[in-house]
Design a protein around this ligand. Structure first.
Ligand code: F6P
Length: 563
């Protein structure tokens, strides 16, 4: 059966078989699953593209996985994967393909979509990025007063912020040696608080802003950009007087702003010089865009060679996704574990727990990737889904979260699926012997915590052999499912594969849920009403049409503004 017009996936035979299997599994504790199946780790472990996935601590049996794989076949996942990678118009509500995978194709590949080979255009943009990066790294990108640019501030939000922010932080160790160092910063908040902080600290003569916005209409980014432009113009005019140099507006715009957008017209209208415009395409979604020009801050940190390694890692995962059979396919298996938890075990919270400080922003990156993609309740045919879709997903660095919300994971009333993520090796290249030894110890300690936590979440009280009864407030019920993802090392290549793994996981889940992971209509109404509210705040007109609460809040603001 395919998920055609009328029949939804939950009406099919496999869904029903899974429901009845879930009934049988309801009272089975994870500890029993390990007792009944020796070699469980080997049975549920898979490897690809430098990543190892341990799914043995999921609350499932081999039979469960067989049924879930049938579900994936019933939802025509293999055909959907092919369609995604070949450039089918998978984003149906916006009638366009979702071709982030094209951004990581090698230069000698070809991908003809609707009569056009996309690869040359992708590599043209990469070459333009390379030229810019070289210029920065050679200290030759100079500000209007002639000083080399030292600080680059990315102004963007959502997909135009979270990906580059996460990756630059994760790969800061991979700065190429011997280049003119560029400090990369990120300002996303609409209220200007991050930007104000940078403006108070940075030197306008050596600061450049990258305006990153696919649409180039996002008010958060445009209001930060306007503040930045006025700051530069007024501060550099002062410099002109003090230094007796010629600083005109065009020069400032040319030397201090780069734009990245799918709308060259809007970039030009705003004042971005044509030579400083990096384009990306309507067929790349914002939250899937770090692989192209939106990744410029990443390339500024790791160099173009590092950036290409990131792309190569993602491409390795794309190939695995396309070629591996479903039962060995990492993104498919990760997706199926999530489907089993959400739709059959009723576990609708999912926590992302990296055990590596460099992955500090990984959870917030995934929050957008997963929840903006799959936080949907209408199928492709416009039917309201009769089943749950994306769980609430959040996270934090695992060791820090141990001192914050793990209490809930261990003893709260919520069942939560957890993803533990860690590299096996770290710090062995630190030159100073004593520091290296200490840091390697710290890494081992971190892994001990990572492995311990997934074990305690699984076994509860049985994780420890302690005689005697414990009072109930000291008891752990365990039975919380988790996945552990191990990387040999955190490198540009393995990080690329890790991100692509989650991108494809999201796609597989969306395919099974029959929803569109590439649009985000749910954010539009809020933007529209914010615009109307802003007009009321400024004009003091139209308050009568508001509800009582909103009226009360607005009047509080007006009173505050009057005093
Ligand atoms: O409002 C949501 C959203 O459109 C995200 O999907 C996107 O990543 C973000 O805003 C930023 O959009 P843009 O890159 O067009 O400024």
């Amino acid at each position: 059966m395919s998920t055609s017009e009328s029949a939804t996936i939950d009406q099919g035979p496999t869904w029903r078989a899974l429901q009845s299997h879930a009934e049988d599994m309801r009272d089975v504790h994870l500890r029993e699953l390990f007792v009944e199946q020796s070699g469980r780790f080997a049975c549920f472990r898979r490897q690809a593209a430098g990543l190892m996935l341990d799914l043995s601590k999921q609350r499932w049996r081999p039979k469960t996985l067989d049924l879930l794989l049938n579900l994936a076949r019933e939802a025509e996942v293999p055909r959907a994967i092919e369609g995604l990678l070949a450039g089918a118009r998978v984003n149906r509500s916006e009638d366009r393909p979702a071709l982030h995978t094209a951004l990581r194709l090698p230069a000698d590949a070809s991908l003809v979509v609707e009569g056009e080979d996309l690869v040359p255009g992708v590599h043209r943009t990469l070459s333009r990025m390379a030229t810019m990066v070289e210029k920065f790294h050679a200290g030759q990108w100079r500000g209007a007063t002639g000083h080399a640019i030292r600080d680059v501030v990315n102004l963007g939000v959502g997909g135009s912020d979270l990906g580059p922010l996460m990756v630059t932080h994760a790969l800061a160790d991979y700065r190429p040696p011997g280049v003119h160092e560029i400090n990369v910063h990120f300002a996303s908040t609409m209220d200007g608080s991050q930007l104000a902080d940078y403006l108070s600290r940075l030197n306008p003569e050596t600061t450049l802003f990258v305006l990153s916005s696919k649409s180039f209409t996002t008010i958060d980014t445009l209001s930060n950009a306007r503040t930045a432009r006025d700051w530069l113009l007024s501060r550099l005019e002062n410099a002109e007087r003090e230094l007796a140099v010629d600083v005109d507006r065009d020069l400032v715009m040319r030397q201090h702003f780069i734009g990245v957008s799918a709308s060259p017209e809007k970039m030009s209208e705003w004042g971005i010089a044509e030579a400083n415009q990096l384009e990306f395409w309507e067929w790349v979604g914002g939250r899937y865009s770090l692989w192209g020009a939106i990744g410029l801050p990443i390339a500024l940190v790791v160099g173009m060679a590092g950036f290409r390694e990131l792309l190569a890692g993602a491409h390795a995962m794309d190939r695995h996704f396309r070629e591996a059979p479903l039962e060995d396919n990492l993104p498919v298996l990760l997706a199926l574990a999530g489907i089993w938890n959400v739709n059959f075990l009723d576990i609708r919270a999912h926590s992302i727990l990296p055990y590596d400080g460099r992955l500090e922003y990984f959870a917030s990156y995934l929050e957008q990737l997963e929840m903006e993609s799959n936080g949907k309740s209408v199928t492709h045919d416009g039917q309201v889904t009769s089943y749950s879709t994306c769980p609430v997903l959040w996270g934090q660095l695992g060791p820090n979260a141990q001192h914050a919300f793990y209490q809930l994971l261990h003893q709260g009333t919520q069942a939560v699926e957890c993803d533990f993520i860690a590299p096996l090796r770290r710090y062995d290249d630190i030159p100073d012997e004593a520091t290296r030894a200490h840091l390697i110890d710290q890494h081992r300690l971190t892994l001990a915590n990572c492995f311990a936590q997934s074990r305690v979440l699984m076994l509860g009280d049985d994780a420890i052999d302690e005689p005697g009864e414990r009072p109930s407030h000291k008891r752990y019920r365990g039975n919380q499912p988790s996945t552990t993802l191990l990387l040999d090392r955190l490198t540009p290549r393995t990080l690329g594969a890790l991100i692509a793994l989650y991108e494809h996981k999201v796609f597989v889940q969306a395919t099974i849920w029959d929803i569109n992971p590439f649009d985000q209509w749910g954010v539009e109404l809020g933007k529209q009403i914010a615009g109307e509210t802003e007009r009321i705040l400024a004009s003091h007109q139209g308050l009568d049409a508001m509800d009582d609460s909103s009226r009360g809040l607005i009047e509080s603001l007006w009173r505050a503004e009057d005093t």
